[in-house]
Write a protein that binds this ligand. Sequence first.
Ligand code: GTP
Ligand code: MG
Length: 237
Amino acid sequence: MTLQTLVMLPTYNERDNLQPIVEKILGLSKEIGVVIVDDSSPDGTGEIADELAKRYGQRVHVIHRKERGRGTAGIAGFQYIVTQPVKYAIEMDVDFSHNPKHIPEFLKEIEGVDVVVGSRFVQGGRDIDRGIQRRIISRISRFIYRLILGLPIQDVGSGYKCYRKEVLASLPWERFYSTSIGISMEELFRIARKGYKIKEIPIHFVDRRAGKSKLGLRGYLEPSIVGIRLVFELGRA
Ligand SMILES: Nc1nc2c(ncn2[C@@H]2O[C@H](COP(=O)(O)OP(=O)(O)OP(=O)(O)O)[C@@H](O)[C@H]2O)c(=O)[nH]1
Ligand SMILES: [Mg+2]
């Protein structure tokens, strides 16, 4: 059976999560494979990725990078996927905050649209409680993207999405400002501006299963900073 979908998995120190999540994803369908993008994790996640590639052959691809950054890792993964003979790309976190059980729902919904966003904030969705600092920062970035930039999406910061490959192939990656998690919002903004059809489906976001968060305050502030830069693009064609 040929691969239809590649799931992009960004990893930094995810030793305990990587193999279980990859096996869950591969177990869903023979038409699904993964692309692991590891930024030289000191905990050996990259070696685990190589072992998985050896075991699963064409269904597990690995990109090793010297650079660090959730945003640039995503760009590297997507640029690789557009060269592959598949129809769809999915991105998700590897720490089990995103449940792989939603993947078949994404693949069903993508048939009628260009992008499907896994949303914590539509009816039926759920998020975890976060500290006051993170809540304020995410309110500010939602305000910038939804109300100033006009993005018609409830969960602008979702890192669980499914795309038709052509959508990713059409984005101007070299112009992106984000190197960290701002990528999620910047991507959606640029996709919406091109007139692609986007649909949100509810997901339940849960706490990471093992390991530690990689994103410090600077990472969480990035979407707002990038958002302000994008305001200056609004007037351009
Ligand atoms: N390649 C790569 N992946 C990263 C980097 N930073 C984070 N990731 C991955 O991106 C995903 C999301 O990062 P998390 O650390 O879980 O961020 P978070 O969900 O906001 O934080 P937690 O709530 O603690 O899980 C995970 O799969 C990480 O391993 C990075 O610099 N490079
Ligand atoms: Mg996480």
